[in-house]
Write a protein that binds this ligand. Structure first.
Ligand code: HEM
Length: 416
């Protein structure tokens, strides 16, 4: 029972911790492959060359998990804060910072206790390594308004850009899949590592938060000769057009005001269910006209390859119909508005009416949703041919904190 992934503290464990330079018993027990700076070392969690040892740095000017490439798995969850007061919220955010930073290094969320206590970490990621884990925290408007804001001393903190989303035509929002005081996006090369991050934060925050909703997402990134752009569950390449790094300041990162959001972003989450049975019954021509691209290659119907700019005006432009998705949401049709899209496919069983409950866990980062997501979605909801096949059943908008500097915490960013 005393194997390499057993997390009990015994005298021999303690001496091993000392050998590993005082990282804490939990760190030592995960094996050298899980330690920062030795990614790829052949021991414990990481096999050489495998992605399990990939580390995405937690600290920085911006939070990780926004502009870095999306790995194959995500678990996104929202929590409601049940802490009684500001100091409870501070404890939660401080504990979450420590847990998040540790997990992104492949360590358990908290130090190992003796076996007479409940573990600090639920344990299912032992041996799986950091696996490129990123944890991205956002604040919901509900934490910054009304009674909540008063309880936590946050009145007047709500950024103007964190406005409630207006109702959109065709939405059928389910309350328990929407909103939340806090949102956490955990992305990883390993589905279990992503789930574990959310689970461990729920354990860490026990008594201070309640889980409101959670959804797992996946991406089927091609390993072969195809372009790496993943396909959505309608079969089309999704994620071809996204801002380039030189555009991030203008499109992704929050404005200078309020100051505490400098280096942050705004995240819109939408749980968009696809009517796959209806979609699957359409002809390939109709499907391609609905999107405005060729299913196999991802090229625009106006010609070229996947990365060619669609021709939306002049000769050749008539092949992309006025109602085609890529025309309706194009910057040209929306006064230049753009988004950083980071969506995942989801599958959540079956609906009450006997269809797959599957679709897109739409995640979009932006500088100001009032000028970006809202006008795009409003147009899409009224004129996009794709809308016939979609029902948005969950929705949320969150202020994503700037990055955490070493020695600082999420609490310092939000509470000062
Ligand atoms: C299930 C729902 C959706 C599906 C299946 C879908 C599918 C696609 C596909 C296949 C593309 C073309 C490839 C690419 O550039 O990534 C695309 C592009 C795009 N989509 Fe969607 N999309 C969905 C929802 C949305 C929503 C809700 C928005 C925003 C309100 C949106 C905004 C965009 C934008 C901005 C582009 C890039 C357009 C360009 O600049 O050319 N999509 N989408």
């Amino acid at each position: 029972m005393d194997g390499p992934t057993d997390d009990r503290t015994t005298p021999s464990r303690v001496s091993r911790r000392a050998v590993l330079g005082g990282l804490g018993a939990a760190g030592g027990l995960l094996g050298v492959g899980a330690l920062p700076g030795v990614a790829g070392a052949a021991s414990g969690a990481g096999t050489p060359g495998s992605t399990t040892s990939r580390v995405v740095p937690f600290h920085g000017r911006h939070q990780a998990g926004i502009v870095d490439p999306a790995p194959r798995h995500a678990t996104v969850a929202a929590f409601d804060v049940t802490a009684a007061d500001r100091s409870g919220l501070r404890s939660l955010l401080e504990a979450w910072t420590i847990a998040a930073e540790r997990m992104t290094r492949g360590l358990p969320a908290g130090p190992v206790l003796d076996a007479t206590r409940s573990p600090n970490d639920p344990g299912e990621a032992m041996g799986l390594g950091p696996s490129g884990l990123t944890i991205t925290l956002g604040i919901g408007a509900s934490l910054l308004s009304g009674d909540h804001a008063a309880r936590f001393g946050l009145l007047g903190r709500r950024p103007a850009a964190l406005a409630d989303l207006p109702p959109f035509e065709g939405d059928a929002l389910v309350e328990r899949w929407s909103g939340g005081d806090l949102v956490v996006q955990a992305c990883s090369d390993d589905a279990q590592v992503a789930f574990h991050a959310i689970h461990a934060l729920a354990v860490t925050g026990a008594g201070l938060v309640r889980t409101r909703w959670s959804l797992d997402g996946f991406l089927g990134t091609s390993r072969g000769t195809e372009s790496p752009t993943p396909r959505n569950l309608m079969g089309f390449k999704d994620g071809t057009v996204n801002p380039a790094p030189a555009q991030f300041d203008r499109i992704v990162w929050a404005d200078a005001e309020p100051r505490w959001m400098r280096g942050g972003s705004y995240l819109v989450v939408r749980r968009i269910r696809m009517d796959l049975a209806q979609w699957d019954a359409e002809t390939l021509d109709d499907q391609e006209e609905t999107i405005g691209r060729i299913r196999s290659t991802g090229a625009p119907l106006s010609g070229g390859t996947e990365t060619s700019a669609p021709i939306l005006r002049g000769p050749g432009s008539d092949r992309i119909l006025p109602s085609a998705h890529i025309r309706v949401v194009s910057p040209a049709a929306n006064r230049g508005a753009r988004l950083l899209r980071r969506g995942y496919n989801y599958s959540a069983g079956a609906t009450e009416t006997g269809a797959l409950d599957a679709g897109l866990l739409f995640l979009a980062y932006q500088r100001d949703p009032r000028e970006q997501f809202v006008p795009l979605q409003a147009r899409m909801a009224t004129t996009d041919a794709l809308r016939t096949y979609l029902t948005t059943v969950g929705s949320g908008v969150y202020a994503v904190l700037p990055g955490v500097r070493p020695g600082r915490s999420y609490a310092d960013l939000l509470l000062g």
